[in-house]
Design a protein around this ligand. Structure first.
Ligand code: SF4
Length: 359
């Protein structure tokens, strides 16, 4: 009989599960809060459960973890974690430390079916969706690995200040499991993250955007990269299904919590989407959306001909948007020397699947 992985369950689902075992509601709450305490990986550690109950749980259920297959540190401090899944697939998460906060970029699929032309993960194709436990366990594993001096605050999740779903995979293509994982991440008895500190990024699966906004209160980031349908369809095949106007309308309609803004991500590619006219068109199309814009100079990588524009070109693009009253940041690339930067996550299956934990 397959054991139930309790880390796949929200608190509510766990309560229903223990009730099926003939136990009272408070036991479900008790067990749920044990699961997300650092270092808990065995029912025998749950000291306020009686011996008989611990034995029953050990018989019927399990507490999964993600073993670190490899850890690489960039010269800028960024750390890339490769995790081995039960079926021997590998996924990656990237920890980006800054002076006063740490951001963890997590994956939601093994590979990705979206095939964006500038992204190495897209070249892998989709192998499978991650389970809620596999999503949440990336966070648990990184918390466990982080040295105390990197933590800011004393909450159990304090070593990670922001969570971004911008790793491998398209989050909205795995929406059900993502929503369960978000429930666990935001539960006070779970990992207790505020929705303000979590950002889910999408390439633009329009019908799922509304569902995300209606069912949870996280931040939305949209990988836009062009407002010209021809250019965007070249970069992102999803644009053929949901073209720019539909995507922008979905952003207007997104049920956003008060005082939040949509973050538009815009990879700057030399000669393709970086002209003054492109900047003006972008400013025009987004004019009625509460938003910020991140400009991401392209990370050149093998297998694509795209190039990064000059700093001057990127700044000129930024200036046009600023004059149109947008908040615009130019994001510097982090972790590119260890292939941890945006669009660079792609597991070299043959080389990494056989490897044990590295540096
Ligand atoms: Fe998938 Fe995101 Fe890469 Fe596009 S950019 S292929 S959605 S991982």
């Amino acid at each position: 009989m397959n054991k139930v992985d309790l880390k796949n369950l929200t608190q509510e689902q766990l309560i229903a599960y223990v009730q099926e075992l003939g136990l009272p509601v408070f036991r479900g709450r008790q067990i749920f809060s044990w699961l997300y305490r650092p270092g808990i990986n065995d029912f025998s550690q749950m000291t306020d459960l009686n011996k008989e109950l611990r034995a029953t749980l050990a018989d019927k259920a399990e507490i999964s973890q993600l073993p670190v297959a490899k850890q690489e540190k960039s010269k800028d401090g960024t750390i890339k974690f490769a995790f081995r899944l039960n079926d021997n697939e590998i996924i990656e998460s990237v920890l980006i430390p800054e002076e006063d906060r740490n951001t963890l970029c997590i994956s939601c699929q093994v590979g990705c079916a979206m095939g964006c032309d500038f992204c190495l993960t897209g070249t892998m194709g989709l192998t499978r969706n991650l389970t809620p436990a596999e999503i949440v366990n990336q966070v648990c594993a990184v918390i466990k690995e982080m040295p105390e001096e990197m933590c800011h605050g004393d909450k159990k999740n304090s070593c990670i200040n922001n969570l971004v779903f911008m790793g491998m995979g398209e989050p909205l293509a795995n929406l059900d499991n993502l929503l369960t994982a978000l429930d666990i991440l935001m539960d006070q008895r779970g990992l207790d993250f505020s929705g303000r500190k979590i950002t889910v990024s999408t390439c633009g699966i329009v019908p799922k955007m509304k569902e995300l906004g209606e069912k949870t209160a996280v931040n939305l980031a949209v990988s836009l990269h062009s407002v010209n349908d021809e250019v965007r369809s070249q970069l992102m095949p999803i644009n053929r299904k949901y073209p720019v106007e539909q995507l922008i309308q979905a952003c207007r309609d997104f049920p956003m919590p008060k005082r939040r803004m949509i973050m538009f991500e815009y990879i700057m590619i030399k000669g393709l989407n970086d002209s003054d006219a492109d900047a003006r068109e972008l400013a025009h199309k987004l004019r009625d959306i509460k938003c910020k814009i991140n400009l991401l100079p392209y990370n050149e990588c093998p297998g694509t001909d795209y190039q990064c524009p000059s700093r001057e070109r990127t700044e000129a693009f930024q200036q046009i948007l600023r004059k149109a009253d947008y908040t615009v940041f130019i994001r510097s690339s982090r972790g590119s020397d260890i292939s941890a930067a945006c669009g660079q996550l792609a597991v070299k299956a043959n080389s990494e699947k056989g490897e044990e934990r590295g540096a």
